[in-house]
Write a protein that binds this ligand. Structure first.
Ligand SMILES: NC(=O)c1ccc[n+]([C@@H]2O[C@H](COP(=O)([O-])OP(=O)(O)OC[C@H]3O[C@@H](n4cnc5c(N)ncnc54)[C@H](OP(=O)(O)O)[C@@H]3O)[C@@H](O)[C@H]2O)c1
Length: 275
């Protein structure tokens, strides 16, 4: 067996347990399945799409690992606490949190209602805070188990290129993702002494239901492709492979950083033909 096929044989997350928020769809779904394929037990959080979450749980169980669907609105402190209780009850503890649940409510700034502003901040930023805090408390309580991992736990934030790139008519979304960047970095600094590893993945344009109105319209899709130097939309799998690596100990020295997985979208493609 050559080195490459050996790598795929080894289940890099064997014996670990993970929770992925918003795992009933898109990027979260791909990450949850990929973590299960690598040997982790996976809790699949959803807010409303129970049937889809059940399908994901079924697929993960097909890899011979434990899986659990868990309904919770990540913006509700009570529901988040109850979700972590359920996960601990089922898996005993938690090793990896992937904070992924996210929404958009796109409105021009001058017309945006406080409700549209607040809703996006509640889910995309407060939701990440609440879940990260619950996970970090569990990681601290349990501490490092050396035969399991050199880390007490790993937190992975699914941010966006819009933690960096401004976006007209989306100020609630960009503010939430800019906030995610500083939340990630600040808690990475604070939690490092507890051996809790914290990082973000910033996807570019990935084909999921969140942006279907863009990629399903040929004109809008062509406009979007002009912003992506590699000239293709991302696939949820492009994000999942990086999430698996961050959840594994192969990335043990990676801490407090954002990995952009965006086909070059952050390269200011408008400058490719001059400036
Ligand atoms: N797709 C992209 O191009 C792209 C680019 C950059 C960043 N991202 C980020 O990637 C993450 C996933 O996006 P996606 O494209 O995969 O979107 P998606 O397919 O629309 O999935 C969103 C997921 O979030 C869940 N969710 C929404 N509100 C929730 C809440 N209050 N509590 C718990 N779960 C909730 C949904 O669950 P239910 O269906 O059960 O409601 C669903 O599983 C988001 O944070 C997004 O900002 C996406």
């Amino acid at each position: 067996m050559n080195q490459k096929s050996r790598l795929f044989e080894i289940k890099r997350l064997k014996g670990l347990s993970a929770l992925v928020t918003g795992a009933s769809s898109g990027i979260g779904m791909a990450i949850a399945v990929a973590l299960g394929r690598e040997g982790a037990s996976v809790a699949v959080n959803y807010r409303s799409s129970e049937d889809q979450a059940n399908e994901v749980v079924k697929e993960i169980k097909g890899y011979g690992v434990n899986a659990l669907g868990v309904k919770a609105d990540v913006s509700s402190p009570d529901q988040v606490e109850a979700m972590f209780d359920k996960v601990r009850e089922k898996f005993g503890t938690l090793d990896v949190l992937v904070n992924n649940s996210g929404i958009q409510k796109d409105v021009p700034f001058l017309e945006m209602s406080p409700k549209d502003w607040q809703k996006v901040l509640d889910v995309n930023l407060t939701g990440y805070f609440l879940c990260a805090q619950q996970a970090a408390r569990e990681f601290k309580r349990r501490g490092v188990i050396p035969e399991r991992s050199p880390s007490a736990g790993k937190i992975i934030f699914i941010s966006s290129v819009h933690e960096l790139i401004p976006w007209s008519n989306h100020c609630n979304y960009t503010a939430s993702k800019g906030g995610v960047m500083m939340l990630m970095k600040s808690i990475a600094q604070e939690l490092a002494p507890m051996k809790i590893r914290v990082n973000s993945i910033a996807p570019g344009a990935v084909k999921t239901p969140i942006n279907e109105q863009v990629w399903s319209d040929p004109e809008k899709r062509d406009e979007l492709l002009k912003l992506i130097p590699v000239n293709r939309l991302g696939d949820p799998q492009d994000i999942a492979t990086v999430a698996v690596w961050l959840a594994s100990d192969e990335s043990d020295y990676v801490h407090g950083t954002t990995i952009f997985v965006d086909g070059g979208m952050t390269l200011y493609p408008g400058f490719a033909a001059g400036g």
